[in-house]
Design a protein around this ligand. Sequence first.
Ligand code: TYD
Length: 137
Amino acid sequence: MRVYGPQYLEFKQNGDERGHLVVCESNGTDIPFDIKRIFYIYGSKSDVVRGKHANRNSEFVLINVHGTSKVKVMDGKGNEIVFNLNRPHTGLYIPKMVWKEMYDFSEDSVLLCLSSEHYNPDEYIRDYNRFVEIVNR
Ligand code: TYD
């Protein structure tokens, strides 16, 4: 499975009368990288903006497993896209070196984040001007 730019990933809903079960397996079918880290974000107020960083190495898949949020991605070259996360069986793939901002969280939002890398604060670019400088040089 090869994906390049930021894009939605649709996961199979294994649903029956008992409810739904969604599988995100990094075996080349669901998630385009080996998952090394999982974290989740909840309890963010609707006026909060999270993220505001780019990662030199980490790729992500974001899934609102409950509730909703929006994710704005920017390439630092003038292009931006807003993705609506509002389905527990839809993920958003974010490649490395993309500026991202998560916002408009519903009160019940639980945003699950899968990452290709272990946490390393040194690979985070948290200054937007610096990010623009790096991608345009
Ligand atoms: P932060 O990167 O500011 O979150 P967001 O991207 O949602 O704005 O992370 C919040 C805090 O959690 C910060 O102190 C760093 C810490 N953290 C870890 O220790 N490990 C992780 O994998 C992540 C994503 C964050």
